[in-house]
Every structure is written in structure tokens, then in C-alpha cells.
Design a protein around this ligand. Structure first.
Ligand SMILES: [Zn+2]
Length: 116
């Protein structure tokens, strides 16, 4: 499953970060997910439970910030929000557009309780 490999990746990054900051687990992870990243949030939630088991993220709360996808028209340079890859330019109706934002998946923050 696509989403599970994403979770495995995130866990991998978090494990390395945990070693760096010398903590056993994180309390919160903030993720930024673009609306055109191809990630299905429900599937991600499902994969998350399996993927984080026994890891530094097992008890971490997951905070997701959605990034609205935007595209730029290659014809008139208009920048606009898109709902699908097949959206056309609202200004000149061109269908040749370039996605400039919204395909990303980023870890924004990893937080831990300093008391442990
Ligand atoms: Zn245009």
C-alpha cells in the first residue's frame, strides 16, 4: 500500500531525529500534505496505526495541515487554486498548467515532552 510506505518513511525520519535530540518518543508530529499529493487521508490514518507501532511515533498526536494545490497557467501566467489536475485556467481557459504547490508531503514539526 502506497500510504504505508509513506508512514514507514516518516517513522524512519522520526527515528533518526529521536537519536539526534536524544528522546525515546515524540508527543506530536505536524505534517503538511498537499491536496494534490495523491495521499488519501483516510488511508493514511489506517496505515498510520500499523506503521507507527513500536516506534518513537507510537504515542504521537498527528497534526495535519492541508496545503491547497495551486497551478500556474503556462499561457498567461495566471496563478490559481486547483481541485484536479485537469482544471483549466480561469483567465484564458488554457489547459496547459503547471502545478506549483500542493504535491508536497512535509514533516513540519516533531515535538516531545521535555519532562521525560
Ligand atoms: Zn491562462
Amino acid at each position: 500500500m502506497h500510504e504505508l510506505s509513506i508512514v514507514v518513511n516518516i517513522v524512519d525520519i522520526a527515528e533518526k531525529e529521536a537519536i539526534k535530540v536524544e528522546v525515546d518518543n515524540f508527543s506530536l508530529i505536524g505534517l503538511e500534505i498537499g491536496t494534490q499529493s495523491g495521499i488519501v487521508l483516510e488511508a493514511l490514518d489506517f496505515a498510520w496505526e500499523t506503521g507507527v507501532k513500536g516506534s518513537v511515533l507510537e504515542n504521537a498526536k498527528k497534526k495535519i495541515t492541508k496545503i491547497q494545490a495551486k497551478a500556474k497557467c503556462t499561457n498567461c501566467n495566471e496563478v490559481f487554486e486547483i481541485e484536479s489536475l485537469y482544471d483549466i485556467c480561469p483567465k484564458c481557459n488554457s489547459y496547459i498548467i503547471e502545478i506549483i504547490q500542493g504535491k508536497e508531503l512535509k514533516i513540519l514539526t516533531l515535538e516531545f515532552d521535555s519532562e521525560n
